[in-house]
Each structure stands twice: as structure tokens, then as C-alpha cells.
Write a protein that binds this ligand. Structure first.
Ligand SMILES: Cc1ncc(COP(=O)(O)O)c(C=O)c1O
Length: 391
């Protein structure tokens, strides 16, 4: 069969077809290769593979056909040349940092990122001599002022978790490049179905595949997408030697998830917009954060960067933590869990869960109030979702 260049096909087609290479068995669905190692035809072939002269499989810590299919499909969707998949979203950020940074390197990171990402940069990488300055996602002057000669990486999520702030990817990639740094974007909330950060100039995209790429809350995984040169040089050696490997079974689940990604992201966005509009009318709701609402402070930018608003809506209730917990505990159908990106709607109180390990001061600066609730809007009937929220 002739090799197809999937980059020439539409995103829905790429999400279903890219990256699959049928074996001699002629299977229609992607196969799962559960093998730790591979057999060589001869000692000479083994030597050629280990020396990198022959690109065949060696050992599943760093070469597995099912994982490779997932990597190729995601790279094709993000418009990147290469993808390296790893065991979780946090594993992807750790692998990226280990590959790009060294003792003495400096990072500028948005304050509006997942709580663990803050702890990773601040505490864990801090132990190894990497320093990080945290800035407001949308404050262009603060990003610029934080740059130092030793700044190597700018890191952000857009939309941010949980407040759905929107960063100007093109402006920040320009800032990074003028200063000899890379821009990495966590594209977890939008996925390539709604936003492709590389097209706006980002150097690297990271994913928690655990979320929308899976889409049904089953498996953990992560990925890094970017240019072949950067991934081969900086990221692949960490995968091969440090071993944050994705299991082939999880890669297979993500391959299945990607097949329905564009349909699901449209449906998540439709439900989320309806919920955001409804929340906006409730008298106990102080503020609704959703990039698909014209009242969102970066609505125009979101429209330029994203195909739609995505599935995450946050809102602030009158009455602080007691009111927020009361509302969460009164739900009967929604799932009280911190995960997101599932067909099942989830509800969480960021201040005491995803961002609970930050100090009160850090939470305040990140804008995570005690009355804030985050809903990852699923694909149930929207009236049922509203009915379950006793506001
Ligand atoms: C935006 C974002 N990035 C990264 C992660 C980490 O992903 P994982 O749980 O797969 O390690 C999460 C997890 O919730 C997240 O919400």
C-alpha cells in the first residue's frame, strides 16, 4: 500500500486514519502490541538498531508500534512533525523540563496553570537549580519584565485551569523567540480539535491525554508535540533513558478516543455555552468564566485562536466555600471528581482540590476564590445538567 501523507487531509479524517499501519493480518482496528522487547534477525541487526543506523523496534520503553501510532496521529492533528507520548500529563511536563532545562535555567510560567504544574516548577525543579517566575497569564508586560538572560522556557495553559483565561499565543511566542527561549503550551482544555498552538508560533504543545483525548475517563497518559529536531535532540533521550513510558494499552484507548475527538469537542462546547449562558442568569452567581461568552475579557482573542469555547465553565458563587460545597453536595447526577474531559459532567471545588496544595496567598494571586466551582461539562442532556445544579 502506498504511504499516505495525512497532513493533506481534513482534521476529522486525520483523527481517524493517521498513524495506523496495518500488519500482515489485515486488521481494521489498531492492534495493541503488548511486548517488552523485539527479536532481531541477527546480531548485526541488533547492533545496527542500538547504534541508531536502523530505525526498527528495540524495546518498548522507547519503541512500541501502538504508542507510535498514537504519537503519529496526535502529531498530525497538532500540525507538528513529531510527538513523544509518556505516562501522564505531569510526566509530559516533567519530561519536557528535563529535556530543555539545566541547573541555572530560568522559566516564566503563567500563574493560571494546573496546581501540580506550579508545584513541579516551583518545588521539584527548584531542587535541581531551575528557577521559575510566575506571572499573570494575560499581562503581556509582566511576561516581558520576567525575562532574564538565562530564561529558556515560557510555559502556559490557554484556556487556563480553572479560570479559562486566554493567552495571546502569537505574541508570547514572539517574546520567547526574541529572547532565545521556547514557548510551550498545555493544550489540554482545547485539544487540536479546537486550537493548534504550533500554528500560532508555539514551539511545543503538551497534553494530558487523560482528559479529552481519552474522552471517557479511563486511562492516564501525556504527550509532547513539536519539531522533529527539538524532540529528537532534547526529549527523546529523556524518554529512552529516564523511562516515563506510556503503556501500549493506554495508547490504544487514546487512539480510539481520537477517532471521535472533533465530534465530542463540538458537543462539549455546545453544552458548555448553554450552561454558561444559564449560569449568567442565576442571581447567586457572581461571575461566570467561559471563553465563549462575549462578556469574557479575552473573548475576541479566544475567537481568533479557538474554534469554540471548549467544555470547561467556572463560576463564583455568593457565600464562599460553604455555599460552594453545599451546591456540590446537593448534586445527584454530576460526578464530584477533579478529572475533566469526560463524557460525564464533573464538578469540583478548585480551592480545596486541584489547587488545594497551593498556599492561600498563591491561590489568591492565581484568582482561585473560595466560592469558585469548576464544571467540566459532559455530553448528558443539558437540561438535566442544569436541573442537577440547585443554585
Ligand atoms: C491543564 C492540565 N494539564 C496537565 C494535567 C496533568 O495531567 P495528568 O493528570 O494526566 O498527569 C492536568 C490534570 O488535571 C490538567 O488539568
Amino acid at each position: 500500500m502506498t504511504e499516505i501523507d495525512w497532513n493533506e487531509w481534513g482534521p476529522e479524517t486525520r483523527a481517524i486514519r493517521a498513524g495506523q499501519r496495518r500488519t500482515a493480518e489485515g486488521e481494521h482496528s489498531d492492534p495493541i502490541f503488548t511486548t517488552s522487547s523485539y527479536v532481531f534477525a541477527s546480531a548485526a541487526e541488533a547492533a545496527a538498531r542500538f547504534a541508531g543506523k536502523d530505525t526498527g523496534n528495540i524495546y518498548s520503553r522507547f519503541t512500541n508500534p501502538t504508542v507510535r501510532s498514537f504519537e503519529e496521529r496526535l502529531a498530525c492533528l497538532e500540525g507538528g512533525e513529531r510527538c513523544i507520548a509518556v505516562a501522564s500529563g505531569m510526566g509530559a511536563i516533567t519530561t519536557l523540563a528535563m529535556g530543555l532545562l539545566e541547573a541555572g535555567s530560568h522559566v516564566v510560567c503563567s500563574r493560571g496553570v494546573f496546581g501540580n504544574t506550579i508545584l513541579l516548577f516551583q518545588n521539584i525543579l527548584g531542587k535541581f537549580g531551575v528557577s521559575t517566575t510566575f506571572v499573570d497569564l494575560t499581562d503581556a508586560a509582566a511576561w516581558e519584565a520576567a525575562i532574564r538572560p538565562e530564561t529558556r522556557l515560557l510555559f502556559l495553559e490557554t484556556p487556563s485551569n480553572p479560570l479559562t483565561g486566554i493567552a495571546d499565543i502569537a505574541a508570547l511566542s514572539d517574546l520567547a523567540h526574541r529572547n532565545g527561549a521556547w514557548l510551550a503550551v498545555d493544550n489540554c482544555f482545547c485539544t487540536p480539535a479546537l486550537q493548534r498552538p504550533l500554528a500560532f508560533g508555539a514551539d511545543l504543545v503538551i497534553h494530558s491525554a487523560t482528559k479529552y483525548l481519552d474522552g471517557q475517563g479511563r486511562c492516564l497518559g501525556g504527550a509532547i508535540v513539536g519539531s522533529r529536531e527539538l524532540l529528537d535532540k532534547a526529549i527523546y533521550p529523556i524518554l529512552r533513558t529516564a523511562g516515563p513510558t506510556l503503556s501500549p494499552f493506554n495508547a490504544w484507548v487514546f487512539l480510539k478516543g481520537l477517532e471521535t475527538l472533533s465530534l465530542r469537542m463540538k458537543a462539549h462546547s455546545d453544552n458548555a455555552l448553554q450552561l454558561a449562558l444559564w449560569l449568567n442568569e442565576q442571581k447567586n452567581v457572581k461571575q461566570v468564566h467561559y471563553p465563549g461568552l462575549p462578556s469574557h475579557p479575552q473573548y475576541a482573542l479566544a475567537r481568533r485562536q479557538q474554534a469554540s469555547g471548549g467544555g470547561i465553565v467556572s463560576f463564583e458563587l455568593e457565600g464562599g466555600q460553604p455555599a460552594a460545597w453545599r451546591l456540590i453536595d446537593a448534586t445527584r447526577m454530576l460526578s464530584i471528581t477533579a478529572n475533566l474531559g469526560d463524557v460525564k459532567t464533573t464538578i469540583t471545588h478548585p480551592a480545596t482540590t486541584t489547587h488545594g496544595r497551593l498556599s492561600a496567598d498563591e491561590r489568591l494571586r492565581a484568582g482561585i476564590g473560595d466560592g469558585l466551582i469548576r464544571i467540566a461539562v459532559g455530553l448528558e442532556n443539558i437540561q438535566d445538567i442544569q436541573h442537577d445544579l440547585k443554585i
